[in-house]
Design a protein around this ligand. Structure first.
Ligand code: SF4
Length: 394
């Protein structure tokens, strides 16, 4: 049997052509998009203002709701980790991070979602849980889009149960008579996720086409409505794709997972550096920064005894100043089964202060997910291990 394309993998333009072939009036498409991206329903029959015949056509041509929440963990500061099961039973993770740690137990109103783009990863960075198991496959467009929709769906359900259903009622009549694809401001105000970082499991730029289409959907005024400038794409250093990204029409932010300021250190922990050494990576970053006129961020995971020595400070400062890049220092989250260690707070602070002294725009992240296996891939690995124990023959 043929697998149906997921409806959330389709752009409004593609669906418009379909609806024209089906002789549907234009407003039906607005109604459909409202059900998908504002009300985020998971059942064709919930689309009550669409005629039954159209719902049947949609059901027989598209699939709906491709990911299932398997496990959710929340940290004390309300960082939350979601483990999804995909239709082929693969597992991927997303991490929801409040903009500011919640104060006095009250939830923060702005959130960044860290999204996965692949099941596993082929790039084998030595410190990373996702790289341990290799690449299983790329995520489809809808599997990337759904990480955002599913979390907002979950949050709006809670909101409606807390507020006696007010939120759902507010949204139930929105858009229903709309003739075009205008933005629904009430839905916009009720958004939980304001920023995306494409930094979860997988190397995002290795799944380039699916990622670009998913981000176009998540950015569109008829879709996810997340501004391109609020979307940061991270890469371990795929030079050709960085150059390609510089030519994209949408103005995404770029973050480089640098983790070493010399080829010697990067070669030790990031095999990708042997293919694209720092000289090539820096040139591609310069090209991106010039084309886009915007700053790049260097992510730098501080790993004890590997890249936290003060001899890395000068070359890192040189790179950062040359590209006018910001440096984010992230103390390593230890991964079970790996030998790497988090530097002690004193070493973290010395590295941070030395960079400041070099006039680098630098932050030291107090890791918000430290107590929930926040390093990418850890929850998935642990759950796979537990499931294999459960399934192992006695
Ligand atoms: S750090 Fe990123 S690129 Fe490297 S192995 Fe992990 S997921 Fe892949």
């Amino acid at each position: 049997m043929d697998v149906l394309p997921a409806i959330t993998s389709q752009t409004a333009e593609e669906l418009k052509i379909r609806f024209q072939e089906w002789n549907q009036p234009g407003y039906r498409l607005s109604q459909l998009l409202d059900w998908l991206y504002v009300q985020r329903v998971t059942d064709w029959d919930a689309m009550s203002n669409l005629p039954r015949a159209l719902r049947e056509k949609l059901r027989t041509n598209y699939s709906l709701y491709p990911i299932v929440l398997l496990r959710k963990q929340g940290a004390r500061d309300t960082t939350q980790k979601f483990l999804w099961r995909l239709t082929d039973h693969s597992l991927v993770e997303s991490v929801l991070i409040p903009a500011n740690p919640a104060l006095y137990g009250e939830p923060s109103d702005r959130h960044t979602l860290c999204v996965s783009t692949q099941v596993g990863c082929a790039y084998g960075c030595k410190f990373c849980a996702s790289g341990l198991v290799g690449l299983k496959r790329n995520l489809g467009v809808e599997e990337i889009v759904e990480q955002v929709l599913a979390i907002e769906r979950d949050a709006s359900k809670k909101e409606s149960s807390v507020e006696g259903g007010r939120a759902e009622r507010d949204m139930s009549d929105s858009f229903s008579s709309s003739q075009n694809l205008n933005v629904d401001t009430r839905a916009l105000n009720s958004r939980l996720i304001s920023n995306l970082v494409i930094m979860g499991m997988g190397e995002p730029l290795a799944n380039y086409d699916n990622l670009m289409k998913a981000l176009a959907i998540l950015n569109a005024p008829w879709g996810g409505r997340i501004g391109a400038r609020k979307i940061t794409i991270s890469t371990s250093g795929l030079v050709p794709q960085i150059r390609k990204l510089a030519e994209e029409p949408l103005q995404f932010r770029l973050a480089i997972s640098l983790h070493g300021a010399t080829d010697e250190v990067r070669n030790k922990i990031m095999p990708v550096n042997r293919k694209f050494p720092l000289r090539e990576l820096t040139a591609a970053c310069e090209f991106y920064a010039q084309k886009r006129g915007r700053k790049i961020t260097f992510e730098y995971i501080l790993i004890g005894g590997v890249n936290d020595g003060l001899e890395q400070v000068k070359p890192l400062a040189l790179l950062a100043r040359r590209l006018d890049a910001k440096v984010n220092l992230i103390p390593y989250n230890q991964v079970e089964g790996l030998r790497w260690k988090r530097p002690d707070p004193h070493q973290q602070e010395s590295f941070f202060l030395a960079l400041q002294k070099e006039k680098v725009n630098v932050t030291l992240r107090r890791e918000k997910g430290h107590d929930i296996d926040a390093a990418c891939g850890q929850l998935r690995l642990r759950t796979e291990k537990e499931l294999s124990h459960l399934q192992a023959p006695q």
